[in-house]
Design a protein around this ligand. Sequence first.
Ligand code: 5GP
Ligand code: 5GP
Ligand code: 5GP
Length: 220
Amino acid sequence: VLCVAKDFDFFYFVQQWPGSYCDTRQSCCYPKTGKPAEDFGIHGLWPNYNDGTYPSGCDSRNSFDDSEISDLASRLEKDWPTLACPSGDGLKFWGHEWNKHGTCAESVFDQHSYFQTALDLKNKANLLQALTTADIRPNGKFYHLESIKEAIRETVGVTPYIECNVDTSGNHQLYQVYMCVDSSGSNFIKCPVLPHSHPCGSKIEFPSFSDNSNSKNDEL
Ligand code: 5GP
Ligand code: 5GP
Ligand code: 5GP
């Protein structure tokens, strides 16, 4: 019997909190297009297998071509900003995500539809709105991990997975939110398998990313 391996089973849709990317020992650099808004940003849309493994770098002949997504540039700058150093315009980050992850979903998406799908998923899962509705705000305070997950579950309908990192004072904080999406990229689903990460602890910090936070010129 001829048997063809399935490309992948589902996606992780991963968003990052900029305050928690920036306030660690690694620090960050704002994009050339300016400091991002105080909102979650997309990290990636990652094809995954149900056993927890994942494909990567699937087609070097289909590598990133920015001309295919030029009409999406302003949405990408706003919703998928790069925070790595040195400062970039985003193309390097987006290109990395397409080449590493997007090419493994080329049976479902071309470059344009891959990026457009991720942007649309971010609008569908308005995380900051979901948290604010539950009075969970990026103010440097600590919140129960379970209340964060519950607030997102109530508005999006599925339970997210939270990844934490550690700030320069050693506090565990809300870093990335993982949501699972079916293999067509259209619906949030219950995660078939959870990602691995360091434990969060039962209460975690939600750091701010407002105009004056994380800035070296706070006294000005
Ligand atoms: P880290 O080691 O920082 O958790 O992950 C590094 C990179 O590996 C991520 O940015 C992502 O590209 C990839 N990665 C990590 N975990 C997963 C996973 O569970 N599924 C997929 N598809 N990619 C992952
Ligand atoms: P991953 O392989 O973990 O999916 O993607 C992370 C890669 O993208 C790293 O090489 C990292 O330096 C680069 N990168 C650029 N901008 C960002 C950003 O804002 N967040 C994260 N997590 N990685 C970024
Ligand atoms: P359970 O799945 O039994 O509720 O949790 C198993 C372990 O995973 C516990 O240590 C719990 O704290 C941790 N855990 C549950 N949900 C999350 C999450 O969203 N993120 C992280 N980092 N750990 C979690």
